[in-house]
Design a protein around this ligand. Structure first.
Ligand code: FRU
Length: 479
């Protein structure tokens, strides 16, 4: 199966339609990708895998696709690392994590299969690699099975193991549905083979807190988790089915006691982040830049691919809040610079300001009682809007006027916009916006708020203009 998948990628990757292909984001070579998996440093290089279905641009039996990078920006395809070819993962190799252990690279993932009674079961499996490319699944898989769950745990919802090294061995945090709701269980082991459930690390967060990423950050315990059906709460949690939240706090007696829980990114296309510690000590996150329950023009127009990752982002915690900024390595891609001061009064174009792939810095001063808007990916009345209103302190990123829609089958969609309240903001804000063919990543201030959105314009869409009443200092680098 693995060879078949690799041969398929080799034969078909060149045939995907290049129209929307990103230039500085990792994307499916062909077919479909979702969650980042196994983001790690192995022998000094960055590795990341993805949930991968090579044969169609929709979700299907999950393989792991594999990339490597020296700078977190340019990713090289390494091939298919795992295929669903064993009895315990016949329905898919679902999400998981990776770690360097001595001279081997360990990955732990969820094997999905059917039991004798025909029920779906999710169990945790390990594979290892000596060369960082070819993986061998362990003969004793699954290592954490349904048998290791507490009696009230649902074996059909038991996934996304996060592997952590501890002073006396190993720990795994995995999502599991309990009698009432989802939770995250903690398992410990000395040998990676025999595991004991030591309890519930986190519960009471939505229906299923998937893809736990847990570890220290700036002296705190930080959990990133992708939550199904989190009760909506104004603009704090607004995605409906899938919200990614961070919890900052301290673990005590095996329980994470969060002092704060907020959304990581309020755009409609951000899910399943994982993070690593870089050799120089930074906490860096990467996420799936797409979403469940939407459709993509790259699928329904027959382009042959769907799914990308966000740019890698540096994380820090200030006053209990998570800040995120694109990794500094991205600045090495900066080409020609454009700089201007613009007085905006109604729709205002700026001669020479245009592009489809760029890094845009805006310092905006809004006139009293007014609002400010930057229009990106613009062809006349068709554009992507980033708008700030000081009266409400709300920053909105909205693709509803921009090209193809992303509802089922290309129809209208429920949530084409993301909104973030810029707490403490006045009539002056600064924004950093990364645009890459069909995506817009907006960061406000020092990275206090992020909005990640896909957008698929119908034409060349190189326009950039402003609207509202404001003064803007613009710096733009082609990327
Ligand atoms: C999250 C998720 C994971 C699962 C994987 C399957 O997006 O649903 O929980 O392991 O995707 O592809």
């Amino acid at each position: 199966m693995l060879q078949k998948a690799e041969a398929y990628v080799r034969a078909h990757a060149k045939q995907v339609d290049p129209t929307f292909r990103p230039h500085f984001h990792l994307a499916a070579p062909v077919g479909w990708i979702n969650d980042p998996n196994g983001f790690c440093v192995f022998r000094g290089r960055y590795h990341v895998f993805a949930q991968f279905h090579p044969y169609d641009s929709v979700w299907g039996p999950m393989h792991w696709g594999h990339w490597v990078s020296d700078d977190l920006v340019a990713w090289t395809w390494l091939g298919v690392a795992l295929a669903p070819d064993s009895p315990y993962d016949e329905l898919g190799c679902f999400s998981g994590t990776a770690l360097q252990d001595g001279d081997r690279l360990l990955v732990i993932y969820t094997g999905v299969h059917r039991d004798a009674a025909g029920r779906t079961v999710q169990e945790q499996c390990i594979a290892e690699s000596r060369d960082g490319i070819h993986f061998e699944k362990w003969a004793c898989n699954p290592v954490i099975g349904a048998r290791d769950l507490p009696p009230d745990g649902a074996p059909e919802d038991f996934r996304d193991p996060k592997l952590i090294r501890t002073p006396d061995g190993w720990r795994v945090i995995a999502a599991n549905r309990g009698p009432k709701n989802g939770r995250q269980l903690s398992f410990v082991s000395r040998d990676l083979i025999h595991w004991t459930c030591e309890g519930v690390l986190l519960q009471g967060v939505g229906q299923m807190p998937e893809c736990p990423d847990y570890g220290p950050c700036d002296g705190r315990d930080l959990m990133l988790t992708s939550v199904m059906n989190l009760p909506q709460d104004g603009l704090r949690f607004q995605n409906g089915h899938h919200d990614v939240v961070y919890l900052v706090g301290q673990e005590r007696d095996g329980r994470l006691l969060p002092e704060r829980m907020e959304a990581v990114d309020l755009g409609p296309d951000f899910y399943a982040p994982q993070r690593i510690r870089t050799p120089d000590g930074r906490s860096v996150m990467i996420a799936w830049m797409d979403m469940w329950q939407t459709d993509s023009p790259t699928h329904y127009l027959g382009h042959g691919w769907r799914g990308q990752f966000t740019v890698a982002r540096e994380l820090s915690i200030r006053d209990g809040r998570l800040l995120q900024r694109p990794v500094r390595e991205l600045e090495r891609l900066r080409g020609e610079v454009f700089e201007a001061d613009v007085q905006v009064d109604g729709e205002t174009a700026v001669p020479g300001l245009c592009g489809r792939r760029y890094d845009l810095l805006l310092d905006i001063a809004v006139r009293p009682g007014a609002w400010a808007e930057v229009r990106l990916l613009q062809d006349g009345g068709d554009y992507f809007s980033v708008r700030y209103d000081p009266q409400t302190q709300v920053l909105t990123a909205d693709r509803s006027r921009c090209g193809y829609t992303m509802g089922p089958g290309g129809g209208p969609e429920v949530k084409p916009a993301g909104r973030a309240v810029l707490e403490g903001a006045t009539d002056r804000i600064s924004l950093r916006i990364l645009v890459d063919q069909c995506s817009v990543e907006v960061f406000a201030g020092d990275g206090e708020a992020a909005l990640t959105t896909l957008a698929f314009p119908k034409g060349p869409a190189e326009g950039i203009s402003f609207a509202g009443q404001c003064a803007v200092h613009v710096r733009k680098w082609a990327l």
